[in-house]
Write a protein that binds this ligand. Structure first.
Ligand SMILES: NC(=O)c1ccc[n+]([C@@H]2O[C@H](COP(=O)([O-])OP(=O)(O)OC[C@H]3O[C@@H](n4cnc5c(N)ncnc54)[C@H](O)[C@@H]3O)[C@@H](O)[C@H]2O)c1
Ligand SMILES: [Zn+2]
Ligand SMILES: [Zn+2]
Length: 366
């Protein structure tokens, strides 16, 4: 048993607290990880607000990198001393989805079996099965992916959620490649990552759409060739105009990534795609939102595909080391996502700054 500091959300809307927590020694199939860095993601705030579920108290934090301190019985994939990036859930490798090759849709994904607790024994719910705003955390060994140990923890930890979700939405789900046009609606951490991923594979044009001019500036630095302020102009018309200038006869983008999660941006994405184009939905809608009322002929007539993307359809063991290599080669600027490094006691202030738009990621460094 290890007593360490961790950031806990005790109840809906209450400020988080830095408290002592108990972390068990790893049991069969589990790993104890000494956390080195963990990004502050919008989803942590959703947890604190009770927007994900009511399983309070939560141990927050889930975009993390660290060093394996100990492993339980039967663990062969990672060993003490390994530098790892954590992912949401371990896959089984045995179910129908795994055998079909769709490991990211595994029916039997899992986290650590044992529970971390508060000092009084109350069981904690780790955010996204990780809980890494803590000096140490307990995960399933399959949630740990070994990466280059010389990489900066604050940068590569971000692959554990938002950056992977965005890059993967473009490259994996949307199959963006060189020669394709891309539009990304919503340029927060996830949307900007979709832009960086599209730039990485040589797509052009890459059109960034947002209602916040500051976000559009960031998008440009991360590889957008064009920006559209949709609070000022019609985003769909602008996307069609730009793509038409690039490719004769094009009537929209080959791939449109929606990274906001609202009906109006869903509709923009739907109409901004070229004939036979692909729409990739990444933004998470609230349960009360409905698909906008569209003529069925518009769905049928344009052909193409409408896809949702979870965790960028990533395979952590394939994608994390590959993206870390690209980062080390200077081809993927993960450092640009790290707006600031903060202490583990500064989460509430980081949530505040998230609202003001000038932060892509605050990252807790331990
Ligand atoms: N599918 C997944 O696997 C996955 C993973 C992580 C996050 N997400 C979701 O992706 C979404 C984006 O996450 P984020 O961390 O980038 O959030 P964020 O708050 O940092 O960014 C959202 C962006 O959308 C912009 N925006 C808001 N309304 C808009 C509008 N009407 N038109 C254009 N732009 C608008 C904002 O200005 C902001 O730049 C969230 O819904 C999040 O929950 C999904
Ligand atoms: Zn499986
Ligand atoms: Zn996240």
């Amino acid at each position: 048993m290890h007593q360490v500091k961790g950031v806990v959300a005790r109840g809906k809307g209450q400020p988080v607290e830095l408290v002592t927590i108990n972390v068990p020694d790893p049991g069969p199939g589990e790993a104890l990880v000494k956390v080195q860095a963990c990004g502050v993601c919008h989803t942590d705030l959703h947890y604190r607000e009770g927007g994900i579920n009511d399983d309070f108290p939560f141990l927050l934090g889930h975009e993390a990198a660290g060093v394996v301190e100990a492993v339980g019985e039967g663990v062969t994939g990672v060993a003490p001393g390994d530098f790892v990036v954590l992912n949401w859930r371990a896959v089984c490798g045995e179910c129908r989805a795994c055998k079909r090759g769709d490991l990211h849709y595994c029916f039997n994904t899992h986290n650590a079996t044992q529970k971390m607790t508060l000092e009084d024994g109350t069981e904690l719910s780790p955010a996204l099965g990780i809980g890494a705003f803590a000096e140490k955390t307990l995960v399933a060994a399959g949630q740990c992916t070994k990466v280059d140990p010389d990489a900066r923890p604050a940068a590569v930890g971000l692959l554990g959620c938002g950056v992977m979700a965005g890059i993967g939405a473009a490259i994996n789900t949307g199959a963006v490649t060189r020669g394709k046009s891309v539009a990304v609606i919503g340029c927060g951490g996830v949307g900007v990552a979709a832009i960086a991923g599209s730039a990485l594979v040589g797509a052009s044009p890459i059109i960034a759409v947002d209602i916040d001019p500051q976000k559009l500036e960031t998008a440009k630095r991360m590889g957008a060739t064009h920006t559209v302020d949709s609070s000022q102009v019609d985003a769909v018309e602008e996307i069609k105009r730009i793509c038409g200038e690039f490719f004769d006869g094009a009537d929209g983008a080959d791939v449109v990534v929606e990274a906001v999660g609202r009906p109006e941006t869903w509709k923009q994405a739907f109409y901004a795609r070229d004939l036979a184009g692909t729409v990739v939905l990444v933004g998470v809608p609230t349960p009360d939102m409905k698909v906008p009322d569209l003529p069925l002929i518009d769905v049928f007539g344009r052909g193409g595909a409408l896809k949702s993307s979870w965790y960028g359809d990533c395979l952590p063991t394939r994608d994390f080391p590959m993206l870390v290599d690209l980062y080390r080669q200077g081809r993927l600027d993960l450092d640009a996502f790290v707006t600031e490094e903060i202490g583990i006691g500064d989460i509430e202030a980081a949530f505040e700054r998230m609202h003001h738009g000038d932060v892509l990621r605050s990252v807790v460094v331990l």
